[in-house]
Ligand binder design. Structure first.
Ligand code: HEC
Length: 136
């Protein structure tokens, strides 16, 4: 029992030392998993750039190699479409109302996005950006 406790202390201390020295645990997430910078500006107004909002609020799943992109790429390829259609920004079949409904309610593996995650004004801008003019 006592030996076990000592072994645990030694193991934890060793792990801490490995962290302090750098090494396999000292690498950050791959670049594609880093969140794009916040767009800044009034989150409740319409003053922000939709592409920047999308990159920051949705991009960690919907930019290249994000988990949303991975899942949607699989769906698109199964439907006979090119893999590039896995990126929401390449889609031409998304309507603004649909984007808003999916974001607020979630869909399958996508969790619902609250008004803290993305405000109504931000989501409206992102939906118009992804829908490229399609309202419904
Ligand atoms: C935590 C990761 C994650 C975030 C954040 C996220 N999504 Fe998603 N999204 C997904 C996944 C995964 C799917 C595929 C869900 C499935 O089919 O199971 C998806 C699907 C979608 C779809 C449906 C596409 C289709 O073909 O039906 C839309 C639209 C969408 N997301 C928009 C957004 C928008 C807009 C945002 C930002 C407000 C966002 N998502 C944020 C993971 C995410």
């Amino acid at each position: 029992m006592r030996n076990g406790a000592i072994a645990l202390v030694v193991a934890v201390a060793g792990f801490g030392a490995a962290l302090a020295q750098g090494g396999p645990h000292d690498v950050g997430p791959p670049t594609y998993q880093m969140r794009a910078p916040e767009s800044g500006g009034d989150r409740l107004g319409a003053s922000q750039d939709a592409a920047a909002i999308f990159s920051h609020r949705c991009g960690y799943c919907h930019l290249p190699a994000g988990m949303g992109t991975n899942l949607l790429t699989k769906q698109q390829v199964l439907a006979g479409n090119p893999p590039a259609m896995g990126l929401l920004i390449n889609r031409n079949d998304l309507a603004a109302d649909y984007v808003i409904a999916v974001a607020r309610n979630g869909k399958g593996a996508m969790p619902p996005q609250t008004r803290v995650d993305i405000t109504d004004a931000e989501l409206k801008a992102v939906a118009a950006y992804l829908a490229k003019g399609k309202a419904r």
